[in-house]
Ligand binder design. Structure first.
Ligand code: PMP
Length: 315
């Protein structure tokens, strides 16, 4: 039944240099990447601007995918330039696309953990998640403008000595998914995970920032988290506004007494957190620093900020 719904999407997906129909962009159930969590991926947004659609920091996302492949050991056969152009072409061919997902995976059916056939396939999909994905799935899709966050104390964030958090690879998401799923059933919107020393790291798919009682902006250090493109953008936009962002260890207690907390990620940009562990963050409203950075970020992605035009890849 869900198979039939999925086939109704009229999109074309780049697969190793050719375009195939949405329903044909598949792999075998025994594919190595599905069985072992070795799928490397990256995800970026396309915005409408006065000069037409633009992919936000496209090259940075493709370079991050190449980094993920390097960390995991996947031999990616395509240079960054080829994938940048392929992603742009995929957006051109999929009118109204707002998101691009690039996946690099081992499609072969394997006996051993280490693949006998090392070839890596790349798929690039460009779509509008509302009509193309959410509308085709049963169940409720939860969308929030502001968040209630749970500090996850049971499952820890990925340990650096296992696989660095800089790898956007399928297997790195399993613990976070389990934690977030449970938090959802408890009524929270999202979770933030701690590292093995009890410091705050990030959400399952977003970086975290806080503003302390003295108005200082901080985010966990780069070695503890995925190097979010939105995180980097917000740090640079803050700097352009004369605000220094400290990259330092943050304790869970600091989160509960912060003046402002927000998450950052490609899909939403700057995302205010109004509750942590059931208690309100400060007055419980969206704070002034969050508002300022969110508004500047929104102007940048829409191409309205002349200082950050270089982040837009016009299609
Ligand atoms: N952390 C993790 C673990 C993520 O998966 C994501 C989403 N890519 C982020 C942070 C935010 O990164 P970005 O701003 O590049 O979307």
């Amino acid at each position: 039944m869900s198979e039939a719904r999925a086939t109704s999407v009229e999109r074309t997906i780049w697969r190793d240099g050719h375009f195939v129909a949405w329903r044909d962009a598949t792999v075998h159930v025994l594919a190595q990447s599905l069985q072992r969590g070795s799928l490397a991926f990256d995800y970026l947004s396309v915005y409408e601007t006065a000069r037409g659609p633009a992919a936000f920091r496209l090259r940075d996302h493709v370079e991050r995918l190449a980094t993920t492949c390097r960390i995991v050991g996947l031999p990616l056969a395509y240079p960054v330039e080829t994938l940048v152009e392929a992603a742009a072409e995929t957006v051109r061919r999929n009118h109204g696309a707002k998101s691009v997902k690039i996946s690099a995976l081992i499609p072969s059916v394997e006996v051993e953990l280490v693949p006998q056939d090392e070839r890596v396939s790349v798929f690039i999909a460009a779509y509008d998640s509302g009509p193309d994905i959410i509308a085709h799935n049963p169940g409720e899709y939860r969308r929030r403008d502001v968040l209630s966050l749970k500090i996850e104390r049971e499952k820890s964030a990925r340990r650096e000595d296992i696989l660095p958090p800089h790898a956007k690879v399928g297997g790195n998401y399993t613990a976070a998914m389990t934690a977030k799923w449970r938090a959802r059933r408890e009524g929270f919107d999202d979770v933030v995970l701690l590292d093995e020393n009890g410091f705050v790291t990030e959400g399952p798919t977003a970086n975290l920032f806080l503003v302390d009682a003295d108005g200082r902006l901080a985010t966990p250090p780069a070695n503890k988290v995925l190097l979010g493109i939105t995180r980097d953008s917000v740090i640079r936009l803050a700097r352009a506004n004369g605000i220094h962002c400290a990259e330092r260890d943050i304790t869970p207690d600091e989160l509960t007494v912060a003046a402002e907390v927000f998450l950052t990620g490609t899909s939403v940009g700057v995302w205010p957190v109004l509750r942590v562990d059931g208690g309100a963050v400060a007055s419980g409203d969206v704070g002034p620093m969050t508002t300022r950075l969110r508004d500047r970020y929104r102007a940048v992605v829409r191409g309205e900020d002349p200082d950050f035009q270089h982040w837009l890849h016009y299609i």
